[in-house]
Design a protein around this ligand. Structure first.
Ligand code: PMP
Length: 442
């Protein structure tokens, strides 16, 4: 069916949806860490449907839960009660610290971020929501306004109700030093920070303050940041940056929003939520992707106080919190716990980071290896001194070669120069662990 599908694609499918690879993949089936195309070729899926299929394609327990619910009841809306939404909200919030206890269920990460922004404004009665350079928060109008990666902007979405702090290109590269970003990987260049004092952090905080002082009003509605920037290529902030940024934002009356769309649900290994790696508690968190392992669902969790600011009027969406999504969401949480996936993410992620660092030391074009758990980015450069991004044709070739060798990885970065492998589907099976990663790295 390949030629027919390409033809339909050309005529009837939105051209803004770009496909990966010169010869796009036509996929047929998935099983845990594997994807299969129509010709029966098998791929190790390290990209996991853009960092989404966290517990594996068609995970048996999640699939069974979905099948049972499918045969029973699909949809009710929130105007009636169904146990699944209550059970899910209770289970999800039991994994979150106080005061993050009130759940809104939505359908995508963009919708969740739109809602978070809306809440920040209603609660504070201020207008501006700020974000960081390199952020990706979604494609809906509000969320696109908070997304600063240029290729997603069409020149019309800027300024739709938000201002964006454009911090300089601060968080790129191994150049900050290992102690600045809490990584098991030693950096190529020695960090100049002395024991306990991170100069990179001081510098970035100064820039942040400067932007707050010069580019945004005195009072703001909020600040949104990913605990690790995903689409920007697994970019980590220096240690302590987010904590100080939260303090400065709160000082100006704003609420702090953690976009956990990629970092949530144990992906960073050491903690269940990305914000915990920064020793902060946000006022609002947004969840999507791994929350449903590919089933369309998302959520916003906030405090009772903030939720009350939305209670004066109706707020509603038709599909959010439907029984299918809630049952799948619960089964995903069970699978992460029962299969010890957070621990796997930590163990295998650390192994991967250390092994990839050896490649970085060996090859001039591997500029940086960074990340946490199984959210890993590899930055490709022309050489380690100039740190120029590797030209697009060369990156394309690496990426095509990986696919031809049966490994699917993602791409990101401000210059599309980071390749990332970010799944933990690939580690869900006990027999698929270090041996297979070793083969892959070789
Ligand atoms: N936030 C982050 C951090 C994301 O990576 C994404 C999707 N790539 C979104 C929000 C938007 O999610 P969705 O595509 O489900 O709207």
């Amino acid at each position: 069916p390949y030629e027919r599908m390409l033809k339909i694609r050309e005529q009837n499918i939105a051209p803004s949806l770009r496909m990966y690879y010169k010869k796009p993949l036509l996929l047929h089936q998935g099983h845990m860490q594997w994807l299969f195309d129509y010709e029966g070729r098998r791929y190790l899926d390290l990209f996991a449907g853009i960092v989404t299929v966290s517990v594996g394609h068609c995970h048996p327990k999640v699939t069974l839960a979905a099948q049972k619910q499918l045969a029973c009841l699909w949809h009710t809306t929130n105007i009636y009660m169904h146990p699944s939404i209550h059970e899910y909200a209770e289970k999800l919030t039991s994994l979150l610290p106080d005061p993050l206890k009130v759940v809104y269920l939505t359908n995508s990460g963009s919708e969740a971020n739109d809602l978070a922004m809306f809440m920040a404004r209603l609660y504070t009665r201020n207008f501006d929501v700020i974000c960081l350079r390199g952020a990706y928060h979604g494609g809906s109008p509000y969320a696109l306004g908070l997304t600063s990666i240029g290729s997603y902007k069409h020149g019309v979405a800027n300024g739709i109700g938000c201002s964006t702090t454009m911090l300089p290109d601060v968080f790129r590269g191994p150049w900050g030093g290992s102690n600045c970003r809490d990584s098991p990987v030693q950096t190529v260049r020695k960090c100049s920070c002395s024991e306990g004092v991170c100069h990179a952090n001081e510098q970035y905080i100064e820039q942040f303050k400067d932007t707050l002082n010069t580019s945004v009003p005195k009072t703001i509605a909020g600040f949104i940041a990913e605990p690790i920037q995903g689409i920007n290529g697994a970019v980590q902030y220096p240690k302590g940056f987010l904590k100080e940024a939260y303090r400065l934002v709160r000082e100006r009356g704003g609420v702090c929003i953690a976009d956990e769309v990629q970092t949530g649900f144990g992906r960073t290994g050491s903690h269940f939520w990305g914000f915990q790696t920064h020793d902060v508690v946000p006022d609002i968190i947004t969840l999507a992707k791994g929350i449903g392992n590919g089933f369309p669902m998302a959520a916003v969790v906030t405090t009772k106080e903030i939720a009350n600011s939305l209670a004066q009027n109706l707020h509603f969406n038709t599909f959010g919190g439907n029984p299918m999504a809630c049952v799948v969401g619960s089964a995903v949480l069970d699978a992460i716990e029962e299969d010890s996936l957070q621990k796997n993410s930590k163990d295998v992620g650390t192994y991967m980071l250390l092994e990839l660092a050896k490649l970085r030391d060996k090859f001039e074009i591997v500029g940086d290896v960074r990340g946490k758990g199984l959210m890993i980015g590899i930055e490709m450069v022309t050489d380690k001194d100039s740190r120029h991004p590797l030209p697009a044709e060369e990156i394309n070739q690496i990426w095509e070669d990986c696919k031809d060798m049966g490994v699917l990885i993602g791409r990101g970065g401000l210059y599309n120069q980071s390749c990332s492998c970010v799944s933990f589907a690939a580690i869900s099976y006990p027999h698929f662990q270090q041996r297979q990663y070793k083969l892959l790295l070789d």
